[in-house]
Design a binder for this molecule. Sequence first.
Ligand code: F0G
Length: 439
Amino acid sequence: MTTAQKTATAELACFNPSCRAHYEITEILYNCPKCGSLLEADYADSRHDPSTFRRLFRDRRMSNAPLDQSGVWRFRELLPFLENYDRVVTLREGNTPLLDAPAAAAYGGLDRLAFKHQGFNPTGSFKDNGMTCGVAQALRLGMRRVACVSTGNTSASMAAYAAAAGLEALIFLPHGNISFGKLAQALEYGAKTFQVEANFDQILALVRGLAERLGIYLLNSVNPFRIEGQKTIMFEMLDRRDWRAPDWVVLPGGNLGNVSAFGKALREARQNGLIDRLPRLAVIQAEGSAPFYEFWKSGAREFHPVEKPETLATAIRIGDPVSWPKALHEIRASDGAVEKVSEQQIADAKAIIGRCGIGCEPASAATLAGIRKLAASGVIDRRADVIAVLTGNLLKDPDYIFKYHTGKLEAPDGAKLQSTFGNQPVVVPNDADRIAQLL
Ligand code: F0G
């Protein structure tokens, strides 16, 4: 293992400020060999003229070149870890909309609210932004096999990008605890899929060992190149707002890779003069899987994983999030907040997002439920300029939706959830008069 001189443009750097060891960008590492902390991509000489950049990113929206059509690679100067782009595989990820949602704003206790909807991505979640980068790095390193453990979306995304890139995809899932929509995607994209009798945290430990033993490239969010790709969710949000920073960015938290990526993106955008202030980040967790919330609330002294995480928002059913040190740094750096919400609050917020004609999967709806709590307690001012990130598409988990609207949704402890904004389908005979009566 060599500690590289800090002369190359892109390197891997230890995230731990008291270590900060540097490694070559082409070393296959997920943690610092010296101290075990997380790693990040670090760029020397990455200052740029902001107005030239703003114009360049905008002009690329008119281009027919695949790289420019990608909402990730459109910003490639802000994630310069590759020396060339010959082997990049893009499914035209990113370029997702900012959608105004007045009804959701009113429900949340705000004057206005816009959703950045990552469910518009090729495989229906924000994972595609990171996966195009992770797979590009796998190809650059000459890896043939890629692996991940997933609550569903990472596996769907990795399966698609690996298939497009001609890589073998190995997927490890907690048996019985992911939605069929996501499992179906992994199967359809041809990934070898293992359903393990364990939870996400246990399987991650297992797969990390296997990856090292068998020379397989790991594409979980502990992979720093995934984080580089997910930074573009913030760049794109800012580009669409003419680089006016909002007051708050609210997102759900599971393994805490996304908040790490958003924080890094916003800090780098400020360093580059693309924005003049940092938005505050708010991470929302589900009550039964809220180790980061408990940690933050107790003064961020000692991190205690949740042994048996539970939530119907299976995407964020994670008790031992690997990226908590990065997440802590970003919440502190942005003067942010952490909140937790109940199963009922998630379910009702989700139905409201649906009523806006927008829709999302359960984990994503934690954002609106969290906003409602943070606005009620005065942490978020009702006049604030707030962006909530919807991380996954409504069709990822139709089973949950059907149960909510028909009054059959039960919390993990068996408690019946209220169908507060339920919308039952009506069974009718094949009889125009009878139907007319009902109308
Ligand atoms: N929302 C959705 C829809 C997700 O799929 C995930 C994570 C999150 C939020 C949380 O993001 O982990 O960066 O804090 N899903 C991962 C997976 C863990 O395997 O698909 P995070």
